[in-house]
Write a protein that binds this ligand. Structure first.
Ligand code: 7TS
Length: 408
């Protein structure tokens, strides 16, 4: 058996998505910007894909959804263009974000600091989220943008986006949310939440890699990141990637149709896995279940180093993660666990298990059995676990660790 439990890194492209993409490689391959029939033949399919994204997110007709190559591009676009539009001319100088954003936000913010922007990185509480009142207290009249992720890729914790949206609206500050880990996992209703920009990536909801989008409320101004042709109303130049856009449309439609029902099924499997793993002593799961995306578990197992555990799971044909795949090539501590105040040893023990609608009960049974054996084996050879043995059978449960103050 092979078990893929790394769906927050990427997902399998749904075979139904692959099927709708197929004709656009060698049959309907025209450039949509061309005036001849090869080009115009693609238009109805592009329109359908755009409609599918609007419907899935309940966007309004006045809003814009602009296709990009991925969420990394969408995130960079918002940050760099708000910097260009509002900070370079001296009108504003400040961006508020969090310590636990994806590197496509954090690295872009670091670069903008070098260009002269002031950035506040807000800390998360012991549940792994930033509270709305914390965001409020750091907004000044110089703040151009607040950027807070909708849900965390590492913990699955859902941030108070509705409240933060209200605060930003009241203060007249632009609000961006990285929606990558929320879209397709929890309902996202853009009429209900006041957010100016939302980034997304199709491969996180069983679409193809290499296509994403940026939602722009009220089609407001945002200078382009890529200058060139007139595609997407000059907002994002480059020949439209028709097969991938069509695939993204289908994928978001499939991922959001009956989302409550699909979520309940995934949640039941996730909770069964989590309950079984928490039977092991000295294990902690970050964040409460109710406020977490239904597919995600970030579990810490005292005495079991994350990379060792990953290796053992991999030998058992189970794909998991120690955190973000983009950051896990070096043996660094899990940054989110450090941000929630975990000690260094604990921050090296985080294992992220992320399910999808394709995960089966048999795969969960297999994972529980293999995971428990792996923990026993690794604890038997762990010197650090031997040191904590005086408190055997310590409380298992959710991790509550005191939080700390933000740095600028
Ligand atoms: N934002 C979040 C919250 C993400 O989780 C990711 C990918 C991205 C942005 C970037 O998406 P891309 O399509 O541009 O690459 N996150 C992860 C992860 O958690 N493990 O591997 C990739």
């Amino acid at each position: 058996m092979q078990v893929y439990l790394d769906n927050n890194a990427t997902t399998m492209c749904d075979p139904q998505v692959v099927e709708v993409m197929q004709p656009f490689f060698s049959e309907l391959y025209g450039n949509p910007s061309s005036l001849h029939k090869f080009g115009t033949a693609t238009h109805p399919y592009l329109r359908k894909a755009i409609d599918q994204v609007y419907t899935a997110l309940n966007a309004s007709d006045d809003d814009d959804i602009v296709f990009t190559s991925c969420a990394t591009e969408s995130n960079n676009w918002v940050l760099k263009s708000v910097f260009n539009d509002l900070i370079v001319n001296g009108e504003k100088n400040h961006i508020v974000t969090t310590e636990v954003e994806h590197p496509s936000i954090l690295a872009a913010c670091k670069w903008l600091e070098e260009q002269g922007a002031k950035v506040t990185y807000l800390p998360v509480n012991e549940e792994g989220i930033v509270e709305a009142h914390t965001v409020k207290s750091f907004i000044t009249e110089k703040t151009a943008l607040v950027s807070v992720m909708w849900a965390s890729n590492e913990t699955g914790m859902i941030f108070p986006i509705k409240e933060i949206g209200e605060i930003c609206k009241e203060k007249g500050v632009l609000f961006h949310s990285d929606g990558v880990q929320a879209i397709g996992k929890i309902p996202v209703d853009l009429q209900d939440v006041h957010v100016d920009f939302v980034s997304m990536s199709a491969h996180k909801f069983h679409g193809p890699k290499g296509v994403g989008a940026l939602y722009i409320r009220n089609s407001q101004e945002l200078s382009p990141l890529l200058h060139g042709g007139e595609q997407m109303g000059h907002r994002r130049s480059g020949t439209l990637n028709v097969p991938y856009i069509v695939g993204m449309g289908k994928a978001i439609e499939l991922a959001t149709a009956n989302i409550e029902e699909t979520m309940a099924k995934i949640r039941a499997k996730r909770d069964r896995l989590e309950d079984a793993l928490l039977e092991l002593s000295e294990t902690f799961v970050v964040g409460n279940r109710e406020n977490r995306t239904p597919n995600t578990i970030l579990i810490s197992i005292r005495g079991v180093e994350g990379e060792g555990m990953l290796w053992d799971l991999n030998n058992g044909q189970i794909g998991a993660s120690t955190g973000s795949a983009c950051a896990s090539e070096d043996l660094e501590a899990n940054t989110v666990m450090l941000a929630i105040g975990a000690d260094n040893e604990l921050a090296h023990t985080g294992i992220r298990l992320s399910l999808s609608r394709f995960t089966t009960d048999e795969e969960i049974d297999y994972t529980i059995a293999h995971f428990k054996k792996a923990v026993e084996r690794l604890r038997a050879i762990s010197s650090s676990f031997a040191k904590v043995q005086p408190t055997p059978g310590g409380e298992a449960g959710e991790c509550h660790i005191p939080h700390h103050t933000p740095h600028h």
